[in-house]
Design a protein around this ligand. Structure first.
Ligand SMILES: [Zn+2]
Length: 113
């Protein structure tokens, strides 16, 4: 298993939005691990392992924003949009399931009582 414990970052902590409650260091200083037989995508700047290329691209944009090339920045923006689209889809599906569950229990309650 390939692991990497967080190390103190030498980069300035500069989140895109100053009102953001979670700083970049807090978002990126988590331990990452990849199973031994799985392909590993290592960060070009800090060597942290990631399970997918998309995760590594997102890490580049969040943790190494200051040193990214234009190509890296474009890849980060594309990966960020994909991640946002996936989150939006998940939220819509979760909301739909909650509504179904609510009305399901409501109809069961109406029939039983
Ligand atoms: Zn890195």
């Amino acid at each position: 298993m390939s692991t990497n414990t967080p190390s103190p970052s030498t980069e300035p902590d500069s989140p895109a939005d100053p009102s953001d409650a979670i700083s970049v260091a807090q978002r990126t200083d988590v331990e990452t691990a990849v199973p031994a037989e799985a392909p590993v995508y290592r960060c070009d700047y800090c060597g942290r392992p990631f399970a997918t290329e998309s995760y590594r691209t997102l890490h580049h944009g969040l943790a190494h924003e200051g040193v990214l090339t234009d190509e890296g920045r474009e890849a980060f923006e594309a990966a960020y949009e994909d991640e946002n689209a996936s989150l939006r889809r998940f939220r819509i599906i979760a909301l739909g399931l909650l509504v179904l569950l609510y009305f399901g229990f409501l109809f069961v309650f109406a029939v039983v009582t």
